[in-house]
Design a protein. Structure first.
Length: 209
């Protein structure tokens, strides 16, 4: 059975719990991310958000940018997001991050938060992002660091999560994650580790020319 189909099924089911668990386990880190993003985004920017989930980030940054196209590959996540009270400059749609339907050089900034580690082919996602970003466009890509899951102490935890449909395909340490972004055509401008359920690497980079 195809792993990606299983993965989508998990996120469809998880849509009802997404907001609660995010607030419960990473609420402070998300508040920090909103603040960090607000300082880097500009009022003229057209922004694409990938893996928006239920739209938490899109809704919180909307006042700082011109528009947000907030996307997810899970129809149930998007359906949940659309039920919320949403700023007029936010639009929700279903997109596969590895095969985006948008034209080349469309967006000033792309946000993909806490998703690259749970996508089977993160390199393909970064290629897709690079294509739709304008020259010198901004990438904001916070991601949980799961390097410790390679330790035998965490093997049981990882196996249990996998059984319920949550799989971490890439287990980077913070430094490995920064290197991964750099190796895929982006110039990392800043990064820092935030406290959350797992260490959360907040990262900003620009598309290489």
């Amino acid at each position: 059975m195809d792993k990606r189909r299983n993965n989508k099924g998990f996120w469809n089911r998880y849509s009802k719990l997404y907001d609660f668990e995010t607030r419960q386990f990473s609420g402070k880190a998300y508040s920090e991310m909103y603040q960090l993003m607000s300082h880097s985004l500009l009022p003229t920017m057209t922004v694409l958000e990938l893996a928006t989930g239920t739209g938490l980030i899109a809704i919180n940054i909307a006042t700082h940018v011109h528009s947000v196209e907030a996307t997810d590959f899970s129809p149930k996540m998007i359906a949940t997001a659309k039920k919320k009270k949403t700023p007029n400059n936010v639009h929700f749609s279903i997109e596969d991050a590895t095969e985006l339907s948008f034209e080349d050089n469309t967006f000033d900034a792309v946000i993909i938060s806490n998703a690259l580690h749970i996508i089977p082919n993160p390199t393909k996602v970064l290629m897709s992002i690079s294509r739709v970003l304008k020259p010198r466009g901004l990438l904001i890509a916070p991601t949980y660091s799961h390097g410790h899951l390679r330790d035998s102490t965490w093997n049981l935890t990882a196996k249990i999560l996998k059984l319920i449909g949550f799989e971490t395909y890439s287990k980077w340490t913070p430094n490995e994650y920064v290197t991964f972004i750099q190796q895929n055509g982006f110039l990392v401008e800043r990064w820092q580790v935030l406290n959350a359920a797992f260490p959360l690497v907040y990262l900003e980079a620009h598309k290489s020319e």
